[in-house]
Design a protein around this ligand. Sequence first.
Ligand code: PHE
Length: 374
Amino acid sequence: MPSRLTPLLAVAALLGAASLFAQETIRIGEYASLTGKEAAYGETSHKGILLAIEELNAQGGVLGKKLELFTEDNQSKQGESATAVKKLISREKVVAILGEVASIRSLEAAPVIQGAKIPMVSSASVNSRVTEVGDYIFRVCFVDSFEGAVLAKFAEDHLKARRVAILTSVSNAYSVGMSKVFKERFTAAGGQIAVEQRYSEGDKDFRAQLTAVKAAGVDAIFASGYYTEAALICVQARQLGLNIPIFGGDGWDAPPLLEIGGAAMEGTYLCAHYSPDNPSAEVQNFNQRYRARWGSLPDAWAALGYDSAFVLADAIRRAGSAEPKAIRDALAATKDYSAVTGRITIDAKRNASKSAVILTVKDGKYKFVTSVAP
Ligand code: PHE
């Protein structure tokens, strides 16, 4: 008898040890573009998340347990985010997932995460459809309809633009969404969209579109896509003699925009989530901690990544449990959480209502212009 029982007991002991181990840490997943075309923001958002996890663990963790971060790189490639989160869920057995910055990748991963009933907190995906995927999908940033309204008002009041051209990356849901909301708001306020031109992700030559823009005679150009294409659009617009204001959304907010665009970016504007120039104590404090850890100032993606991890940790603490459903319910009840990027209250649609900032490019650097409250 004992000889037959021994292996069973050994297995039981192993299982016991495994489940005990599983309970020792709270396993958090992250999917991010650590390499590839959009690595500029994947890297900094990862650094923000890592700093948050380290700080939380230094404070003793959450519910007496250390947080353990499992990160998957999607290489900025379509198709890879779904694979990444499947791995996090089935292999790493994470109880919640952080990511992504880009709406195009959040939209890809969210259905998988929703299907598994694991809560997801996106740091910076503004596209309205992201949280519409389901009741487990949250974000800690504002939504594109707010950002579009901010930009429409800015174009009207500050740029005094009446006729605007829109350039949209039709293969990018973020750009399509931003162009749509901007158009609605700008025309509702009496402005005119004189010409709309389209391109696709990865395009490098925008001269045909810009020639059409030039022929239409506009006061300003809204380039609603991500930074790589936006910078090339600015360079080629200047080459064609289009010396009118060009502006974009938060998809412009990354150092490569300034590197690729160079002098062509001077005097352009963008709507952003965060400015390290903000004199508020929270921002200045965060700047210091981030710099001490990583040797540079944080950008919006670092700040939002950091906030996404803290909002999640706060929910786990309030839930009193690291069980996905309990975390989801606590996330939905987030109210007035004081984060680095502003106060965060999660609304009925699992979105955050937050202030935006307008930045301009001056002497090759982003410079704070104004802050706009919801
Ligand atoms: N807010 C953008 C989005 O929703 C995120 C982003 C920022 C993407 C910067 C690219 C560059 O997609």
